[in-house]
Design a protein around this ligand. Structure first.
Ligand code: PLP
Length: 372
């Protein structure tokens, strides 16, 4: 699905030097690489504060902790996402209220949000799934009307441009009150281990987030609130500084792969290529097809037999996980989510794909469909 070795080969001298220099300076925790990455990432995103942390799941957890919510408070979120988004809500005693997704964008359907709002609703957590931004213009309007916080799960869409209704173009993750991202190696901006970050334009929230990520500490050995220990280590920060300079090239490479797939697969009956919303730039963390009248699992197995990887993201949506069984049936009426889990399939997409690989993958897909 990804080829991190070929990608490394192209930036090897810079990466090796950066990692070696962290080791030589023995500044493994905090230090100049972390602050350097933080300010470079702030400029890239066009945001006031970036707070790095240990991984994307922590980023979501700390962001939610910073809002001062109490057990039983409700958060509107999609079920069609990676489990981390909703798991941290349950961990904090908050109640995820699953709202269905749009069948085209695969992201939270704004037209279904207001019906799910109650007096206990405190926040909306949209996920920019597969690299396609959720409809933030509509989501922010609803949040403002009902005075709700918005935390963007931007783990899959880092670098995506979004056109706001006011005419300005901003990065996803900078639109809500807090944006969260992950630097897991296979993410569009991935490090060589675990990493994550939160970002916000709100000074007070930034200070609180920083404290929570550092044992709730206001000054050394003075702990004002219960926090956790979540840091981006210096080696990962050093890697990210180098890869951040490549991020826009990486996005272009992914979009070129998507264009190729679109061109070949777009005209096949029963195959829906990924939707590209007019108000945002799809950054193709995944290239995900919808198949109608085509045996999805059969194609997955056929490709595997030809040594071509393909993946089902996500075979079981959050509302059908045992983890959430106790939340009851009122949050389980999600027909689009249920339908998508049985018809989506993601193809290999990464920054180093070769034409021959794309030709092979697409011709095997056509072979499978025509045989039927
Ligand atoms: C990867 C991912 C996360 C979690 O990130 P980790 O760094 O693995 O903890 C959260 N949400 C989404 C949508 C993701 O894709």
């Amino acid at each position: 699905m990804v080829d991190l070795i070929s990608q490394y080969e192209k930036i090897k001298p810079a990466i090796d030097e950066a990692i070696f220099s962290v080791i030589q300076n023995a500044q493994f925790i905090n230090g100049p690489e972390v602050t350097g990455f933080q300010s470079e990432f702030e400029s890239y995103l066009g945001i006031k504060h970036v707070i790095p942390c240990a991984n994307g799941t922590d980023a979501l957890q700390i962001a939610m902790m910073s809002l001062g919510l109490k057990p039983g408070d409700e958060i509107i979120t999609p079920s069609f996402t990676y489990i981390a988004t909703t798991e941290v809500m349950a961990l904090l005693g908050l109640t995820p209220i699953f709202v269905d997704v749009d069948p085209h964008t695969f992201c939270l359907d704004p037209s279904k949000i207001e019906a799910a709002i109650t007096k206990n609703t405190k926040a909306i957590v949209p996920v920019h799934l597969y690299g396609q931004a959720a409809d933030m213009n509509k989501i922010m309007a609803i949040a403002e009307k009902h005075k709700l916080y918005v935390i963007e799960d931007n783990a899959q869409a880092i670098g995506s441009d979004y056109h706001l209704d006011n005419g300005s173009v901003v990065k996803t993750g900078t639109i809500g009150h807090i944006g969260c991202t992950s630097f897991f190696p296979s993410k569009n901006l991935g490090c060589y281990g675990d990493g994550g970050a939160m970002c916000t334009n709100d000074d007070a929230l930034a200070e609180k987030i920083r404290m929570i990520a550092n044992h709730g500490q206001s000054k050394r050995y003075y702990h004002d609130m219960v926090g956790c220990n979540s840091r981006l280590d210096s080696i990962q920060a050093a890697v990210l500084r180098i890869k951040l300079r490549q991020l826009d090239n990486y996005i272009d490479a992914r979009r070129n792969v998507a264009d190729y797939y679109d061109g070949i697969l777009g005209s096949i009956k029963g195959v829906s290529i990924p939707f590209r919303a007019h108000d945002s730039k799809h950054v193709f963390h995944q290239y995900t097809l919808k198949l109608e009248g085509i045996d999805r699992n059969g194609l997955n197995e056929y490709l595997a037999s030809k040594e071509i990887p393909s993946m089902i993201y996500y075979p079981v949506p959050a509302h059908r996980q045992k983890m959430f069984a106790h939340f009851g049936s009122d949050t389980t009426n999600l027909p689009v989510t249920d339908e998508l889990t049985s018809i989506v399939i993601s193809l290999p997409i990464h920054t180093e794909m070769q034409d021959e690989q794309l030709e092979l993958i697409t011709s095997e897909i056509i072979e499978f469909i025509q045989k039927k």
